[in-house]
Design a binder for this molecule. Structure first.
Ligand SMILES: C[S@@+](CC[C@H](N)C(=O)[O-])C[C@H]1O[C@@H](n2cnc3c(N)ncnc32)[C@H](O)[C@@H]1O
Length: 761
């Protein structure tokens, strides 16, 4: 019999992406059976479904070895998975590619950060975050006023711990206590595009292909949704394919639910699974790794996950359970897994990283379904809903067995034997608070209550909001400010790298990627020890001017600081040069967790970190201080009252000769856009992190990167803290300062109950 031309065409299409016939044939057979020989469904999107299913099979096989992460890391890269048009791919990957210009959040007609822009930034769906405009932030009621945090840890109260900030949340006349800092660099140092070794290409591609940037369903879902109910048939295989060995792979599972969240519709969806990819740490992932020990296994150390078709082993119908539909099959539903298990795996709450729908430990299902539809790729949403909601719509906390969509009560088919594996994989995929934006996944965990992390859009690098005067050109960096004669690694170069001329011809980093001990100690003492602090005063202080006070106060002084100068793209050295640490992004195994002390969410390390380790940068929107003031006014008008505050001032006046222009006085606000540093809580004086300015790509000093390094060795599971520099006794402080719960014996919060000044050292 002549080969079916459609079969041959499918083979050719798969061959084009590196899949040979042996792999394609059994999967194709399965799909033909599953789709009742409906070739259109298989051929759609250039055989997208077929390719996905083949990769699923691979994943299923890999899953058997899932427990052994090391093996996963060592896997050779798989063939290209992407089948989407390049235009979509570019759109979807927009936020991960860092060019030489700053990306700005969408602005409305007036150039403001409008609700719409915040709700639907170009990469919104990729980031999977909910609407977070000042107008509709989900957590905007009854919260504390916002106030900027100020860089530069201040120690014990002294002349400049009382420094005020330009803006407060009440009025321009109210001031914030602040500490001066030393800034450094010119412009926003766009982090380089992630190298292939840092992010598995196929993982990114696959992610792109499953999450439509516009929020539309992925092609495969469309295909499946076109059937009310898809179920593997029992008939023998079609003769479309030449007979071959019985397929061992697993069949994509059909899950039925209304795709449009309409109860009257029943459609089909897939259950997602996460798949470890081939991510491996960059070659230079700091030799400091060698020094680390005591790592606690979590998802952040795991390979990045991708979402794919879940699969069910052929011929095991007993393992399938039929869940319910809104049309009355609820009683049939009896599907694993235990919600408790999922909770502990982290997948439980990852659905709602937007902080949506959680009220006093229960889930507001209405809120959830709306928000989740906006925030999460359909596939992710599906799994989460099904696995975490009981029929009452409240969050399971007792290891319940039901798997039900609270809104649609749709039909779900889940292979029991496979759920545990899927749970694990889902964990990796859902529980990454960075949404794939960092080198590592960062899980989150709440063992205290049912609260979920607040809504924000994760960005791995700073973005200009609107008016910040940050131009960014190669020509701005003088030839004498970048190394042209260095080869590969400046740290091991025999000649002195010109990049460190301005910082005393000494590198801040060791060959292991840690901050040099003497450099670190100097930084620590300059911020903690009042005797070591020295201030510079400017004539017309922009911070004072920016308060809009009628009565202009004199400059309170700006703290002199040490800073790091890293090599950058205009330099001749290798991207992995030892003088490029912060720009490589996060490498530590971190976790966002709900603190038991009442500080809300916090950040902790899940591995032991040597002293001087780079942890993360404080990333947010770059605002002018005026823009921040405007935001604070909005907050205090109740439009966007936040319980927690996230702005940080960049004090760029430390080496200022004249006055800064208004648009040059900058700050970072991580309220809406930010990275994991927004979760770092304050600790008075003896915090284990120190913030050090880092200069990279801009020659100016009014902008710099604020990088956090460990000030001492930090044990696994220790919370990472930073001294915000607040003076809690400053009566002139404008905002409702939080009651400090840092627990330090040096705590400066004198107003804290049961605390007296005598308790301070
Ligand atoms: C940058 S956020 C830190 C993350 C925050 N805990 C959260 O849940 O998102 C700063 C806010 O955290 C809280 N916070 C930080 N450190 C604290 C401390 N030592 N004691 C009490 N609350 C603290 C305050 O509400 C502060 O406004």
């Amino acid at each position: 019999m002549a080969p079916n031309p459609r079969v041959m065409k499918a083979f050719r299409a798969m061959k084009a992406i590196g899949l040979n016939e042996d792999k394609v044939k059994p999967v194709l057979k399965k799909l033909l059976k599953l789709y009742d020989k409906n070739w259109e469904l298989i051929e759609e999107e250039n055989y997208r479904v077929l390719a996905d299913a083949i990769f699923d099979e691979d994943d299923s096989k890999q899953g058997e070895d899932f427990a052994d992460e090391a093996e996963v890391h060592d896997e050779p890269e798989r063939p290209l998975k992407r089948l989407r048009p390049r235009s979509q791919e570019e759109q979807a990957s927009q936020s991960t590619v860092v060019g030489t210009s700053l990306r700005k959040p969408l602005l409305d007609d007036e150039g403001k950060l409008g609700a719409n822009s915040l709700q639907q930034p170009p990469d919104m769906m990729k980031l999977q975050s909910g609407p977070i405009s000042p107008q509709n932030h989900p957590r905007d009621k009854g919260k504390q006023q916002a106030s900027p945090i100020h860089f530069g840890a201040q120690g014990i109260s002294n002349s400049y711990t009382d420094r005020t900030l330009p803006y407060d949340s009440d009025s321009p006349h109210v001031r914030h206590a602040y500490k001066g800092k030393e800034p450094l660099l010119p412009q926003v140092a766009p982090r380089e595009k992630r190298p292939v070794v840092e992010r598995s290409p196929h993982a990114v591609r696959f992610k792109d292909s499953t999450v439509d940037p516009d929020g539309a369903l992925i092609p495969t879902q469309k295909v499946l949704d076109s059937h009310a109910l898809l179920k593997p048939k029992d008939e023998p295989y079609t003769d479309d394919l030449p007979p071959d060995d019985v397929p061992r792979y697993e069949t994509p599972i059909a899950v039925i639910r209304p795709d449009s969240i309409r109860k009257e519709d029943i459609s089909v969806r897939r259950i997602l699974t996460g798949k470890p990819d081939d991510q491996e740490p960059p070659a230079s992932h700091f030799a400091a790794e060698e020094d680390r020990g005591g790592s606690v296994p979590t998802s952040s150390s795991s390979p990045r996950a991708t979402s794919e078709l879940a699969a069910v082993r052929e011929g095991s119908p007993a393992n399938l359970e039929i869940a319910s539909s809104s049309l009355g099959e609820e009683s049939l539903m009896n599907v694993q897994p235990s919600v408790g298990a999922l909770k502990s795996s982290g997948a439980y709450s990852a659905l709602d990283v937007g902080g949506i729908g959680k009220l006093n430990g229960s889930i507001d299902t209405h809120c959830f379904s709306e928000a989740a539809a906006l925030q999460l790729p359909r596939q992710i949403k599906s799994v989460g809903e099904d696995t975490h909601f009981s029929t009452s719509g409240s969050a399971e906390s007792n290891g319940g067995q039901e798997l039900r969509d609270p809104e649609s009560c749709s039909l779900v088919v889940v292979p029991q034997h496979q759920l545990m594996f899927e749970e694990q994989r889902s964990h990796h995929h859902f529980n990454d608070i960075t949404k794939g934006e960092e080198n590592v996944e960062i899980s989150w965990l709440n063992e205290i209550n049912h609260e979920r992390p607040p809504s924000f859009i994760y960005i791995p690098q700073n973005l200009v909001f609107q008016n910040a005067n940050l131009t960014f050109t190669l020509s701005q960096i003088n030839a004498e400010d970048c190394c042209h004669s260095c080869i590969v690694d400046c740290l091991s170069s025999t000649s002195v790298c010109v990049c460190v001329h301005e910082t005393g011809n000494e590198f801040a980093y060791t060959s292991k990627g840690l901050i040099r001990e003497d450099f670190l100690e100097e930084c620590i003492s300059m911020t903690r020890d009042p005797q070591r602090q020295c201030l510079s005063y400017c004539k017309a202080c922009p911070l004072e001017i920016s308060k809009n006070d009628e009565c202009l106060e004199p400059c309170k002084g700006h703290l002199k600081r040490k800073y790091i100068k890293e090599c950058w793209s205009k330099c001749a050295c290798h991207k992995r040069c030892g003088n490029r640490v912060v720009q490589q992004g996060i490498r530590c195994k971190l976790q966002v967790y709900f603190t038991p002390e009442g500080k809300g969410w916090g950040l902790r390390t899940i591995e032991k970190l040597p002293k001087g380790t780079f942890v993360c940068e404080y990333v947010g929107e770059i605002l002018t201080t005026k823009e921040l003031h405007e935001r604070n006014v909005q907050r205090t008008r109740g439009i966007n009252n936040e319980r927690y505050t996230y702005p940080v001032l960049l004090d760029a006046y430390w080496c200022l000769k004249g006055a800064l222009k208004e648009e040059e006085a900058l700050c970072l606000d991580a309220t809406f856009y930010g990275n994991v540093a927004r979760f770092i809580n304050h600790r008075c004086l003896d915090a284990n992190l120190i913030e050090i300015p880092v200069k990279m790509e801009t020659p100016d000093h009014h902008y710099y990167h604020s990088a956090f390094f460990t000030a001492r060795e930090v044990n696994a599971l220790e919370e990472l803290t930073w001294d915000y520099g607040f003076d809690f006794d400053d009566d002139d402080h404008p905002v409702e300062m939080f009651r400090c719960l840092c627990g330090s014996k040096f705590c400066r919060n004198m107003k804290r109950p049961n605390r007296s000044k005598s308790s301070l050292r």
